[in-house]
Design a protein around this ligand. Sequence first.
Ligand code: ATP
Ligand code: MG
Length: 403
Amino acid sequence: IELKAEDLRTVCELGQGNGGTVSKVVHVPTGKTMAKKLVLIDAKPAVRKQILRELQIMHDCRSEHIISFFGAFVADPHICICMEYSDKGSLDQIYKRIGAIDIDVVAQIALAVLEGLTYLYDAHRIIHRDIKPSNILFNSAGQIKLCDFGVSGELINSIADTFVGTSTYMSPERIQGAQYTVKSDVWSLGITLIELALGRFPFSDDDSELEEDSSEEEDDPDADIAHYIANGLSSASSVDTERSFASRDSRDSEESFGEGTLSPRRAPIALPPPTISISTASTVSHPDTDSTTTPGTSRGAPKLSAPNASSAAKKNRRKSRGVSLQGGGMTMSILELLQHIVNEPAPTLPAGKYGADAQGFVAKCLEKRPEDRPSPKELLGDPWMRSAREEGYDLVAWAETIP
Ligand code: ATP
Ligand code: MG
């Protein structure tokens, strides 16, 4: 069927992200309920057409762990993407409603995400690029499905200027400008799983330690990272949008659509251009911890060297407890968070509360060097995943517990 704007009746809004707004709609001619995503893009008509062409690949993505695609059209100045509606929403909404998610459910989520990622990569050479709780959807049939994967390079380029929040799930190598591979998705999965199991985003500042520790060693490796990031930001503002990425004719070629497609011509990190972010207060405040954000601790312009967060982390290291997982609210500038991800030990599932198999799996996902990190396919053979598959879980019954 050809989708047209006038055939869609809006039922309600489902949520808003940095890149767009998602609504529940009914396609009147067929009576089908859909989720309609409006993405505001800054692109010329030719590029918009190219985006639509690239999005058509989603018609071929058929897997029980991938949200189905119904079609897309231009609705100036937006691109409108119509997809399968998921009646229990995304996993961030779910854990904010019911709290930390049982680790056995988290295991099923990990399994579904790995199967979805493996399908996307093996069947279509697609790397997701945006794994996080809000892009994992759940429905009352007990199905777990991925949405918002990076199928269109032109779309990624065209919305790059308006997107900020996603960077917090970004792997260390990607922050440093390395090629994007399926292993970067595995890192994001690791962060996501800890977030779901704890019921909150795993990176947090321990504010009490930030005040005291300003007299630190002067040889600060973070300054280099800050440099990298600043350079990444300036090149992000000049991303070349004429380039073909996932167009039908090139997608079978390993060279143009294999691991690391977006580099080296692409900016290392997709952050807003310097005019937007670097000179303003780009504070990362996670939605569920916003209420605990104290204005005094939210810093203005990010510091390009020796930020407090890293001093605190050095202190943490001396106490040999790595990243603080127990802290309350989180207020870290985006640069501090990125530096933290690159320089400090990866977060872990706290010992005691979780089984060794779950901890071990998450630790593999969060290996800091991509060479040491398994691929999604390799992780499907992990002991935690094997027992998740064997034992199963009644996700339909679990869905009934979610209001
Ligand atoms: P970001 O813009 O940083 O990627 P996001 O994923 O939250 O964040 P959107 O992709 O615009 O932003 O989605 C907004 C919200 O809409 C999501 O958080 C999710 O809860 C909801 N949503 C998205 N797609 C669907 C869908 N197919 N069915 C039901 N709810 C959906
Ligand atoms: Mg999304």
